[in-house]
Design a protein around this ligand. Structure first.
Ligand SMILES: Cc1cc2nc3c(=O)[nH]c(=O)nc-3n(C[C@H](O)[C@H](O)[C@H](O)COP(=O)(O)O)c2cc1C
Length: 189
C-alpha cells in the first residue's frame, strides 16, 4: 500500500533536515501516493538564511499555505499515514501540546493525534527548559513521537549533509518507509 505523508516545516534551526527529507521523499516516490507540505513563515525565513536559497517549492509535492484550513491535511477523513514536522520549533511543539490548532501545521498535528495516526516531531532546541520538556511529555502521552534532531556518528559521516542525513534516515524509518541507510551491525568496519 502506498503511503500518504504530510510534512510540516517550522522555524527551528535545521532547514537542512527539511531539505534532505524532501529530497529523500522524492527518491522514495514509488512508495508514496501523496506528499503534502506546509511551511510556517519562519520556516521560509530560516530556510533562506541557512541554505541561501528558497527552492522549497521546487519539489513535486502538494504545497499548502499555513492558513489553508481547506487543505486535506486539516481533516482526519483524508487519512494521511504520517505527519512529519521537521524541524519542529519549540513554539509549534507548545501549540500542539496544548491543542492550539491556530494554523495548518498545528491543526494537522491535532488531527493525527485524534485519529491515532503517526505524528513525528523532529524537535530542535538546546538546552531545554521545563516547559519544553513537559510539552514533549504531553505530546508523547497523546501518542506523538518526539524525534530530536540529534545526529549519530557511528556511521562515521564525513560531511554536514551526511551528519544531518543520520537524523532524516531515522525519520524515514519512523514514517514506515523502506530505504537503504546505514544499519548498525550490518557494517563491515
Ligand atoms: C535563524 C533562526 C533560528 C531559530 N532556531 C530555533 C530553534 O532551533 N528552535 C526553536 O524552537 N526556535 C528557533 N527559532 C525561533 C522560531 O523561529 C520562533 O520561535 C517562531 O515563532 C517559531 O514559529 P513556527 O513554529 O510557527 O515556525 C529560530 C529563529 C531564527 C530566526
Amino acid at each position: 500500500m502506498k503511503k500518504k505523508i504530510a510534512v510540516a516545516i517550522t522555524g527551528a534551526s535545521g532547514s537542512i533536515y527539511a531539505s534532505l527529507l524532501l529530497q529523500k521523499l522524492k527518491l522514495l516516490e514509488e512508495q508514496l501516493e501523496e506528499v503534502s507540505v506546509v511551511m510556517s513563515d519562519n520556516a521560509k525565513d530560516v530556510w533562506r538564511y541557512e541554505l541561501g536559497h528558497s527552492d522549497y517549492e521546487s519539489y513535486p509535492f502538494r504545497f499548502f499555505a499555513k492558513s489553508d484550513f481547506m487543505s486535506p491535511i486539516a481533516s482526519g477523513s483524508a487519512r494521511y499515514d504520517a505527519l512529519i514536522i521537521c524541524p519542529c520549533s519549540m513554539g509549534t511543539l507548545g501549540r500542539i501540546a496544548t491543542g492550539i490548532s491556530n494554523d495548518l501545521v498545528t491543526r494537522a498535528a491535532d488531527v493525527m493525534l485524534k485519529e491515532r495516526r503517526k505524528l513525528i516531531l523532529v524537535t530542535r532546541e538546546t538546552p531545554l527548559n521545563l516547559i519544553q520538556i513537559r510539552n514533549m511529555a504531553s505530546v508523547t502521552e497523546a501518542g506523538g513521537i518526539i524525534c530530536p534532531a540529534s545526529p549519530s556518528y557511528y556511521s562515521k559521516p564525513t560531511s554536514i549533509e551526511a551528519v544531518a542525513m543520520t537524523v532524516v534516515d531515522r525519520v524515514i524509518d519512523l514514517a514506515g518507509l523502506s530505504s537503504i541507510s546505514y544499519r548498525w551491525g550490518e557494517s563491515k568496519d
